[in-house]
Ligand binder design. Structure first.
Ligand code: ADP
Ligand code: ASP
Ligand code: MG
Length: 414
């Protein structure tokens, strides 16, 4: 059972979470619990690090931001004890949850679940584990898993204790066709395949961290997204609650052309104008960005008319925009281009669905619908089960709503 930030935002909500846990243990289920920091806490801790020094030691950043989960794990253990449930908190380093040393976005390498299982079986002791954090064994330093990382902690714990299911309790009652806060007509999906969820998550749907989905697929953990806001006692612990199961494609009977729409405003566009149209130029540009650890996403290059120069446009995360332009400006003469253009007020809207594998023209319908709304498309990429378009950020909501209706995803009652 994993509870996110809004679900543990104050002591009352933590009590509510404890009642969910108690309902399950009363029903005879063996559970382990993973918690996030109280909502807003991690943002505040990150901000403090930036204020202390814009460029700071990543190991100390982790020591600081991991503290939010330490607090909620202790608080939930206290509240559970008060309700008569035997419980104790575990920090990442105590279990331990071993990770790589990529501070700020560490990968989980190994989790020891034996102690959790043993203690539950021997004395019904519920483990309340601090999400988001782990330890790098060789250096003994605390690490964190990247924003939203408690989801990944939960899936890793579920795999380690061989759980039947990993329930992600959050502030929505499942995975929707798009963010229900932006499109009220979005509807909940009963099941989503790992591959589609991987695309949705990596293209902006923050309901699950990408790595949690990846790990779930590899370790074959059934992930179930559900609401923590339902009254705990109203839920029958032995019935199927409302929510979304992330599972393998074979389990999904009803196939749609489009499953969902994701969007991200954390994008920036860079155009390198009049680069030489010759072998090695792309390598020279993208090699430098890779060396600087900058992820490049959409790439568009024109075939030059005269065989001499062309323009190359691509996107990077908005947070890396300044660094990326800096890298390219410094290497201007080595790369050989005329000038750099860029924009940070852009957004990427992506349409995802297995149906695209076998249906032609899914993307072209979108272009027509967006043109009717006078939304200009800056770049397009496609792959087997998705396509993404880059547009002005101001039109994000309009574009998402337009496509949501176009592909018949609007809730019937709306
Ligand atoms: P938690 O703190 O529980 O981890 P998050 O804020 O990380 O919760 O993720 C839940 C949020 O994800 C929802 O409140 C919702 O606004 C957003 N979201 C984005 N896309 C989707 C989607 N397709 N389905 C459901 N929620 C989505
Ligand atoms: N507290 C962390 C964050 O806000 C991890 C999480 O909530 O999953 O990113
Ligand atoms: Mg989250």
């Amino acid at each position: 059972m994993k509870f996110g930030g809004t679900s543990v935002a104050d002591i009352d909500r933590i009590r509510n979470v404890a009642r969910h846990v108690k309902r399950e243990t009363d029903a005879g289920h063996e559970v382990a619990v993973v918690v996030s920091a109280m909502s807003g806490t991690t943002n505040r801790l990150v901000e403090w690090c930036r204020e202390a020094a814009p460029l700071h030691d990543a190991r100390e950043y982790d020591a600081i931001v991991a503290s939010g989960e330490q607090v909620t794990s202790g608080l939930l253990a206290i509240v559970l004890q008060e309700m008569g449930v035997n419980a104790r908190s575990w920090q990442g380093w105590q279990l331990p949850i071993l990770t790589s040393d990529a501070h700020g976005s560490a990968r989980i390498l190994a989790v020891n679940g034996d102690e959790i299982v043993k203690r539950f079986q021997e004395r019904k002791e519920v483990a309340v584990i601090a999400g988001f954090q782990g330890i790098h064994k060789e250096t003994g330093r605390i690490t964190t898993l990247g924003r939203g990382g408690s989801d990944t902690s939960a899936v890793a714990i579920a795999a380690a204790i061989k759980a039947d299911r990993c329930d992600i309790y959050t502030d929505v009652d499942g995975v929707y066709t798009t963010d229900p806060r932006v499109v009220p007509r979005a509807h909940r999906l009963d099941k989503v395949a790992f591959e589609e969820m991987l695309e949705l998550a990596s293209l902006g749907a923050k309901v699950l961290q990408v790595r949690a989905v990846e790990l779930g697929a590899i370790q074959q953990v059934r992930i179930f997204v559900r609401s923590s806001f339902d009254k705990p006692e109203d839920i029958d612990p032995n019935a199927e609650p409302p929510g979304t199961l992330i599972c393998f494609e074979e389990e999904i009977v009803e196939q749609h052309l489009v499953t969902g729409i994701a969007f991200s405003k954390d994008e920036a566009q860079i155009s390198v104008r009049r680069v030489q149209d010759k072998p090695g130029v792309a390598a020279s540009i993208f090699g430098r960005l890779a060396d600087a650890n900058i992820n490049v996403d959409m790439i568009v290059q024109n075939v030059s008319e005269n065989g001499a120069t062309t323009d190359l446009t691509f996107t990077v995360p908005e947070a890396d925009y300044a660094r990326a332009t800096d890298v390219l400006t410094k290497a201007k003469s080595a790369i050989g281009y005329e000038k750099l253009d860029g924009a940070t007020d852009v957004a990427k809207v992506s349409v995802i669905g297995f149906g695209m594998r076998s249906h032609a023209g899914v993307a072209s319908e979108a272009f027509k619908a967006l043109a009717e709304k006078k939304i200009n498309i800056r770049a397009i990429t496609t792959s087997e089960i998705k396509f993404s378009i880059l547009i002005d950020a101001a039109y994000t909501e309009l574009a998402v709503r337009t496509l949501h209706s176009l592909y018949g995803l609007d809730k019937a009652s709306a």
